[in-house]
Design a protein around this ligand. Sequence first.
Ligand code: GLN
Length: 284
Amino acid sequence: MDRKFESDIDRRSYLKLVGAGGAVGMMGTAGCLGGGDGGDGETTTTEGGETGTEGGETTDMEVTEIVPGTAPGFAPFEFKEGDELVGFDIDLTTAVVENMEGYELGEWKEFEFSSLIPALTSENIDLIAAAMTINDERKQTISFSDPYYEADQSVLVRTDGEFSPGSLDDLNGHPVGAQKGTTGESIVQEQVPDATYRAYDNYVLAVRDLENGNVDAVVLDKPVAENFASQSAVEVAFVEETGEKYGLGMRQDSEFIDALNEGLAAVKEDGTYEEIVNKWFGQE
Ligand code: GLN
């Protein structure tokens, strides 16, 4: 990966800044490059050419922090491993922002999926990275990056074989679950009028209720459905092709939409994107 390359740049600018005699110990991290008094961790020095020492004082370039938000419980895109937030979207966002000059990624904030857009518009976060499908309804409120992943929907059922639907029609008359505010929910509400729809705060709870027999099916994104199927007593009954595309969400007036798309393009071009895909979706 280009991490090493980036830290070489940091090292160069750092050495230029403090002189070769300075202690070298914080490469690759933001903040504290200005020397002795450190700074507050929210500004850092990026370009060697644009910083320097003038009369013994350092002039740091401001770096804007992007606070990302996500909704864990959606493996392999975002989930908790112990206390740690991990997943495809976490790695991708980190790589993209590393490629955005003048920006750094802040601490992740976690929400239920349906609270992400309100968190963004109220400026609690600056970016949504949550396998969020780009669609016209959401575009009335927020902006999306260029697409970064394409998926279909799947219908999960228990592996006991009692109920094996082959189409959305077959779900009519059954209790069916989905996560609030998702495209899976829209499918149930709009295309399965005679199902008893049960809305869940997250898909972990929905799949638990499926295992318990409280619903007979759960509709959700195929890559995540397959992940649940590999870990619990549920299986994919059929796939509903939607070809929906995920994007990173930003406020409509966000100043970094273009910079983020450029960062995304760079990550796709330099092979980092493929590495992240292989890490989370490679054959086992
Ligand atoms: N892709 C789906 C949507 O955007 C589900 C996303 C999710 O649950 N994180 O609605």
